[in-house]
Design a binder for this molecule. Structure first.
Ligand SMILES: Nc1ncnc2c1ncn2[C@@H]1O[C@H](COP(=O)(O)OP(=O)(O)OP(=O)(O)O)[C@@H](O)[C@H]1O
Ligand SMILES: [Mg+2]
Length: 468
């Protein structure tokens, strides 16, 4: 007889699993992962790595103590194009915590048309539910596959008992079993993929109504569907489809049946509350509190709306109430027009950790061009390789590109590493255009080539403004 765990123990093992899940990366490992994509900016990387780890540490404490420890929110300050958003994007991929990136500037004060700040908690919760759901779907996959196989076999060869109403003889039963196993083998080998069978499919539901307006209204569409489920999308009809398609459909259906949505929601909420991270990009755009009229009023309003959420409050979501006390907030902004001190004081106080990202120079650009796993040079090489063309950059070509980027950044506006994109595009323009017709399949780009491609533009300030 299988031994079942008492409820509390089972819960305990779930919790432990959750902690183990988070334990994956140490701060050093996080930094090392970020290093693969972002050059320099050690301080910022270190700060986010520590913050992530601290949440994991907190969860191992006894609840009374853990409750007291508030996350230390981070403010990343640095000029445009130096990696703020990039760090957060990479972080999101690394951590198994629910992670949401939002632009602070897109919120409006409650009562005005636009998105209210609470919507970010709802979005985070939706995201966490999807995340846990897909994990659970994966967990039940094998079992679901077994069930689907039986189902399809039942359709191909209906069990005899259902066909004739009387008891089968032993031989009849064995014969049936043999045929079934033969079919199973063919099914597994894909021999029956194109055979058609009839299955019940749910008629696709009406696309969810989405209403974007004031607070929480976007949830309405979904709620209507939940209130009157019979009305939307529960009807089924019979369709003849190839086994291959039927398999995918039935599998999805079966997986959904096997997971417990209530548990999914419970785990998702726990994840959001205990390890959720919200990255508030462009937070400098809501700074400014010169009282008066126009956008400033609304900006300060958004800041005031943000306060309770960052401090810890409850937000109503379609999956129930979510507490925000332990959600980690990472704010980021260039702050070249406004300063962090232009944020309302209460908000400043809620971002105790400040890290500055450094402006980038020639040496950084050289590294950014070649080192990251998604480095621009690698991208261009890969793109052209699809046309059978092998491009090589000599070190002095790369140095030249980096130098020009630095120079243009100084002379015009400093847009950081984004400058490399515009310059590279210009350098590669002709090759990209002519690639399919080029007789020469091996191209070496050196300093001379780079200069040739850019010299006309570099001579002309006006041209620079438009092109680089
Ligand atoms: N330190 C860096 N290492 C590697 N790539 C970088 C670095 N900084 C910026 N980049 C590249 O430059 C581009 C812009 O960077 P990112 O989006 O992070 O800028 P940002 O700091 O968020 O700027 P903004 O203040 O304008 O939002 C990205 O494509 C990114 O890959
Ligand atoms: Mg950014």
């Amino acid at each position: 007889m299988p031994i079942s765990l008492p409820d509390s123990l089972e819960k305990f093992s779930e919790e432990k699993k959750e902690i183990d899940r988070e334990a994956e990366l140490t701060p050093k490992q996080i930094v090392a992962e970020l290093d693969k994509y972002i050059v320099g900016q050690k301080e910022a990387k270190k700060a986010v790595a520590i913050a992530l780890r601290n949440r994991f540490r907190r969860r191992k404490l006894p609840p009374e103590l853990a409750d007291e420890i508030a996350p230390k929110n981070i403010l990343m300050i640095g000029p445009t194009g130096v990696g703020k958003t990039e760090i957060s994007r990479r972080l999101a991929k690394l951590t198994s915590s629910p992670f949401l990136k939002v632009e602070a500037s897109k919120f409006t004060e409650v009562g005005y048309v636009g998105r209210d700040v609470e919507s970010m908690i709802r979005d985070l919760m939706n995201l966490a539910v999807e995340m846990v759901k897909s994990e659970k779907l994966e967990e039940v996959r094998e079992k679901a596959e077994r069930n689907v196989e039986e189902k399809i076999l039942d359709i191909l060869l209906p069990p005899p008992r259902r066909r004739l109403n009387d008891v089968l003889s032993k031989e009849e039963y064995e014969r049936f079993q043999q045929t079934r196993e033969k079919l199973r083998k063919q099914l597994r080998e894909g021999l029956l993929d194109d055979r058609k069978i009839e299955i019940e499919v749910k008629e696709s539901a009406i696309p969810p109504l989405e209403i974007y307006s004031g607070s929480g209204m976007e949830e309405i569409g979904i709620q209507i569907q939940e209130i009157i489920p019979g009305f939307f999308g529960k009807r089924t009809k019979r369709r003849r489809v190839k086994i291959k398609e039927a398999w995918d459909y039935l599998l999805e259906d079966e997986q959904k049946k096997l997971i417990d949505m209530e548990e999914v929601v419970r785990l998702a909420r726990q994840r959001v509350e205990q390890s959720g991270i919200i990255f508030l990009d462009e937070i400098d755009k809501i700074a400014g509190r010169e009282s008066g009229h126009g956008p400033d009023v609304s900006r300060e309003g958004v800041q005031r709306d943000l306060l309770p959420i960052i401090e810890g409050t409850t937000v109503n979501t379609k999956y129930g109430i979510v507490r925000t006390d332990h959600i980690l907030f990472i704010g980021a902004g260039a702050f070249h027009v406004s300063k962090p001190s232009d944020l309302i004081p209460e908000l400043q106080g809620r971002f105790p950790i400040r890290v500055e990202l450094k402006p980038l120079g020639k040496e950084d650009f050289i590294r950014i061009l070649v080192e990251p796993e998604n480095a621009l040079i690698k991208q261009y090489k890969a793109l052209l390789q699809t046309e059978g063309i092998e491009v090589d950059f000599t070190p002095d070509a790369i140095e030249e590109i980096a130098e020009i980027a630095e120079k243009v950044n100084e002379e015009m506006e400093n847009i950081g590493a984004r400058r490399l994109h515009t310059i590279m595009e210009k350098v590669m323009e002709d090759i990209s255009f002519e690639a399919p017709d080029l007789p020469e399949k091996k191209i070496v780009i050196d300093r001379k080539y780079v200069r040739e491609k850019l010299q006309d533009i570099l001579k002309d300030q006006d041209l620079q403004k438009f092109i680089l």
